[in-house]
Design a protein around this ligand. Structure first.
Ligand SMILES: [Zn+2]
Length: 473
C-alpha cells in the first residue's frame, strides 16, 4: 500500500491543517437562521474552492430547495470500488452566546482542543477525510479507490430535508459501494465505536381544537370538553401499563432478534446501570422483557416531546383554552415502515378522538431505520483502519438515534454507511464551547488514510455509472 508517504505528509502538515480548519469554522454557516443564509452559501463556496485545490475534480455547488450540496469526485481508480464520503458544513445556532468562553466563530486552540461552533460537528470531522484525500493526492497523485464527496448544508435543519430528494434524483450518478461519514461519537479517548444500526424517526404534531376562543372556566367549566384535557387523555392512552404502545398493529413488523445477537449486545453494549446513570433517573421505565440498551435500540418508542395549551404565564388564569398542541415522535426499528406507522398512528388518533373536539395530525418528518451487517467488508475495513489510526479495536454499537444520511443511502442507493466517529463525549456538540480534540483530528486523518487503502479491497458496483454532467436539484 502506498500510504506511508501520505501518512508522513499528514504528519508534517498538521499546523496548516489546523489553520485551514479554523478558516472553515469562521463561517457562521447556521442553516436554520435565515439571517445566515449568505454565510452558508459563502461557506459552501470556500469548501468547493478548497476541494478543487487539493486535487478533487468535478467540483460543483448544487442548489437544493434551501442550502446547497457541495460535490467533488475523483474517479481514476479503474476497476476499484467507489466510496461516497458524506459530511455536513452547516452548524447549529451558537446561542446562548454569553456561555461561550471565546466567541463561537472566532476559533481558538486551548489545551490541544480547537474551540468553535462546528469545530467537531461536523466541520472538523468532515475535514479529516478531506485532509486524508489531500495527503494521498499530493504524494501519490492517485487514490486507492474512486471517491464521490457530498457535503450538505441542511443536516442541522433536522432530517436533512433536501438530501433525500437530491440523492433520489441523482441516484445513478451517486452509485457507490459504501458510504463513509464521521458525525458520531467515540466512547471515550482511545475508545472508538462503529455504529451498525440506527432507529428511524417520525415526527408528528397533534392539534386539538374546541371552542372558537378561550372560555371562562367559571361560566363553562364542566359543560365543555377542554381541548387541553382531551389531548392529555389521548396521550395518556398511547401506552399501556406495561409501557407498550397501544396503537393496534404497531409491533407487527418489529424484527425479533436471535439469542446470539442479543447476547452480543449484552456483551458489548451499555448496562442498565450505565443508562440509568447517564439519564440521571432512579428507576427504569418501559417495555418489560428487554434490557434498557435493547429498549433504546431494537425496540420502537413513542415519545411526547412537547405540549402547549392554555395559560403559561405567572399566577393563575381560569381559562378553558381554545386549542392544545402536542409534539410526538416515534422511533422505529427494522422492519417497521414509516408510511405504515404513520397510517396506523393516524387511524389510532381518529379512533380515540372524542366527538367533543376536533383533532388534526400533521406529519413533520420521517426517516427509515438503517442497519448494516456487522460483518460487512466495509465495516471490517473500518475496524482495521481504526486499529491502525487509534491503536484500538472499535466496538460495534447500535444507536437509538437516527442518522438521516445513513438511512437515505441505504434505502436509495442500497449501500451500507460506515459511521466512523471522532467526537468525544465531552466535545459539547450543539452546546456552548463546542470543541474538537486535535489529537483526534490527527488520528482521524490517519484512520481515514488507512480506510481509503483498505476500501480498495471491497467489492465494487461493476461498471462506473455513466458520468452525469447535469445535477438535478
Ligand atoms: Zn452533525
Amino acid at each position: 500500500m502506498g500510504l506511508r508517504r501520505a501518512i508522513e505528509y499528514a504528519r508534517s502538515h498538521r499546523q496548516r491543517f489546523v489553520s485551514e480548519l479554523k478558516d472553515f469554522v469562521r463561517f457562521p454557516s447556521v442553516s436554520n437562521q435565515p439571517q445566515h443564509a449568505r454565510d452558508v452559501r459563502r461557506c459552501a463556496s470556500w469548501l468547493a474552492k478548497h476541494l478543487r485545490s487539493i486535487g478533487l475534480e468535478r467540483v460543483r455547488i448544487i442548489s437544493t430547495s434551501r442550502h446547497p450540496v457541495v460535490y467533488a469526485a475523483w474517479q481514476h481508480a479503474q476497476g476499484r470500488p467507489t466510496l461516497l464520503i458524506y459530511g455536513h458544513y452547516d452548524v447549529q445556532p451558537p446561542e446562548p452566546l454569553s456561555e461561550w468562553r471565546t466567541p463561537p466563530f472566532e476559533p481558538v486552540v486551548r489545551d490541544n482542543n480547537l474551540y468553535g461552533r462546528g469545530a467537531c460537528d461536523d466541520k472538523g470531522q468532515l475535514f479529516t477525510h478531506v485532509k486524508a484525500l489531500e495527503s494521498y493526492l499530493k504524494t501519490e497523485r492517485t487514490l486507492p479507490v474512486n471517491v464521490k464527496c457530498i457535503f450538505e448544508g441542511e443536516e442541522e435543519l433536522g432530517g436533512s430535508p433536501g438530501l433525500e430528494t437530491f440523492v433520489k434524483k441523482n441516484q445513478s450518478a451517486l452509485r457507490a459501494d459504501a458510504a463513509l461519514m464521521s458525525d458520531t461519537r467515540m466512547l471515550g479517548p482511545g475508545r472508538p465505536a462503529l455504529g451498525y444500526a440506527q432507529r428511524g424517526n417520525i415526527r408528528f404534531e397533534v392539534e386539538v381544537r374546541g371552542p372558537r376562543q378561550d372560555l371562562h372556566s367559571g361560566n363553562f367549566g364542566g359543560a365543555v370538553h377542554n381541548p387541553l384535557q382531551a389531548l392529555c387523555e389521548i396521550i395518556a392512552g398511547l401506552h399501556d401499563s406495561d409501557g407498550r404502545v397501544t396503537i393496534s398493529g404497531f409491533y407487527d413488523k418489529v424484527r425479533e432478534w436471535s439469542a446470539e445477537e442479543r447476547e452480543y449486545m449484552q456483551k458489548t453494549g451499555p448496562k442498565d446501570a450505565d443508562i440509568l446513570r447517564d439519564a440521571g433517573v432512579p428507576k427504569e421505565w418501559g417495555e418489560t422483557g428487554y434490557s434498557l440498551y435493547e429498549r433504546i435500540t431494537i425496540r420502537p418508542a413513542l415519545t411526547l416531546n412537547g405540549i402547549t395549551g392554555g395559560y403559561q404565564g405567572t399566577g393563575i388564569k381560569t381559562v378553558i383554552p381554545a386549542r392544545a398542541l402536542a409534539k410526538i415522535s416515534i422511533r422505529i426499528v427494522p422492519d417497521q415502515n414509516p408510511l405504515e406507522i404513520d397510517k396506523l398512528f393516524r387511524q389510532h388518533i381518529a379512533r380515540v378522538a372524542p366527538s367533543t373536539v376536533s383533532v388534526r395530525v400533521r406529519t413533520l418528518a420521517a426517516s427509515n431505520p438503517a442497519l448494516v451487517n456487522r460483518n460487512h467488508p466495509a465495516l471490517r475495513a473500518a475496524a482495521f483502519a481504526y486499529q491502525k489510526g487509534f491503536g484500538a479495536t472499535p466496538v460495534f454499537l447500535r444507536s437509538g438515534g437516527s442518522v438521516p444520511a445513513a438511512s437515505i443511502f441505504q434505502k436509495t442507493l442500497g449501500i451500507p454507511t460506515v459511521l466512523m466517529g471522532f467526537a468525544l463525549p465531552d466535545d459539547q456538540l450543539h452546546a456552548p464551547n463546542e470543541k474538537f480534540h486535535l489529537p483526534n483530528f490527527f488520528r482521524g486523518i490517519e484512520t481515514s488514510i488507512w480506510y481509503l487503502a483498505a476500501a480498495a479491497k471491497l467489492g465494487k458496483v461493476g461498471e462506473e455509472a455513466a458520468s452525469q454532467k447535469e445535477w438535478r436539484a
